[in-house]
Design a protein around this ligand. Structure first.
Ligand SMILES: Cc1cc2nc3c(=O)[nH]c(=O)nc-3n(C[C@H](O)[C@H](O)[C@H](O)COP(=O)(O)O)c2cc1C
Length: 326
């Protein structure tokens, strides 16, 4: 089995040390391991061209068409049976490069898009290499390490939650996650034996999961969390006792007993978490339905809409931006 480590932090600083310490455990367990220092990689921003979706729908690989280092990383993702990711918290969430990467891996890695494209190809009589790369459907696992400098957890609020965007589209199951905040106070990870021990345990959990079916490997993080699916504590509250896990998109019921808050999520709501297949299928179905709604509306608006659009074109665009586009 193969375990891929990705560090989004500085060379040989906190994320890299923590990621490699976890990876070393996977190697000890007999797995092949590989490491990528992401800041050395050129990952351009998603331009929203939709090329990935169109390619997938027309029999292609669905991979992003932008030429940079993403295709190589993509290939490593597909080769891996598990990933260990460490990312620094910048401005409350993981550094921007992680989001750039997740955006670029969107529909082409979304297991609902891939499954539906594959079923259609099979129904059309396609076989072998004409089908979606079967490695996309491997039951893969992840361990996440969010690394923050501040001593208060309120400064790393969206770290771990946002790191899930690298995993849930592809259906990679996160089985362990560590909120390694207070690195400013720790000084260096190698000075904190508890943290190093915890990160090694994450590596062992990931190593032990490799090759197993998802449903045989329970979540092994330290904190069960408020949401039973992502095991995090973020909640969206909109004035009623119906609350939502913003990562999973599942609705829960909030009740207060004394000074304790209890949030329950039904089995059906847990199943429709976007971390599970059902949640992704729900979104896939919604997106695929948009054409039938928006298309006729836009066609009916005709030239009148085009005239309105023209008034927005180049509106107050700065000269240097116009020059850049030439
Ligand atoms: C631009 C920038 C923004 C940061 N924002 C936060 C933050 O919001 N919360 C926090 O706890 N740490 C923040 N930090 C500290 C980093 O998360 C911390 O130094 C981390 O260890 C960096 O990872 P590395 O050592 O692997 O490079 C920030 C650092 C930088 C450079």
């Amino acid at each position: 089995m193969r375990v891929l480590g990705l560090s989004f932090g500085r060379k040989m600083k906190n994320c890299e040390i923590l990621c490699k310490a976890a990876l070393m455990e996977a190697e000890k367990a007999g797995h092949e391991v590989a490491f990528i220092r992401m800041i050395d990689m050129d990952i351009k921003t998603c331009t929203g061209c939709g090329g990935c979706g169109k390619s997938l729908d027309s029999g292609g690989s669905g991979r992003c068409i932008i030429k940079d280092d993403l295709p190589n990383i993509d290939e490593e993702f597909l080769k891996a049976d598990a990933i260990i990711v460490a990312a620094p918290v910048y401005a409350l969430g993981p550094s921007g490069q992680l989001k750039q990467m997740a955006d670029r891996m969107g529909p082409s890695h979304d297991i609902a898009f891939l499954t539906n494209a594959n079923e259609k190809r099979k129904a059309d009589g396609k076989t072998g290499g004409q089908l979606v790369d079967p490695r996309n459907f491997k039951q893969r696992f992840a361990g996440l390490i969010s690394v923050g400098g501040a001593s208060t957890r309120s400064w790393v609020s969206f770290g771990l939650a946002t790191m899930h965007i690298l995993c849930f589209p592809s259906g990679i199951k996160v089985i362990d996650q560590i909120d390694a905040y207070n690195m400013g106070g720790v000084g260096h990870p190698l000075l904190d034996e508890d943290l190093m021990g915890r990160v090694r345990r994450l590596g062992q959990h990931v190593a032990a999961a490799c090759g197993k079916p998802h449903d045989e490997v329970p979540f092994q993080g330290d904190e069960e969390g408020t949401c039973p699916v992502c095991h995090l504590d973020l909640l969206t509250v909109r004035g009623s006792t119906t609350v939502e896990c913003p990562l999973c998109g599942s609705y829960g019921h909030l009740s207060v007993e004394g000074d304790k808050v209890k949030v329950t999520f039904t089995a059906a709501e847990q199943k429709r978490s976007r971390l599970n297949y059902d949640g992704k299928l729900e979104h896939y179905t919604e997106i695929k339905g948009f054409g039938a709604i928006a298309g006729p509306k836009i066609r009916a608006a005709g030239d009148a809409l085009n005239e309105k659009i023209k008034t927005f074109e180049n509106y107050n665009e700065l000269k240097f931006v116009r020059e850049l586009k030439k």
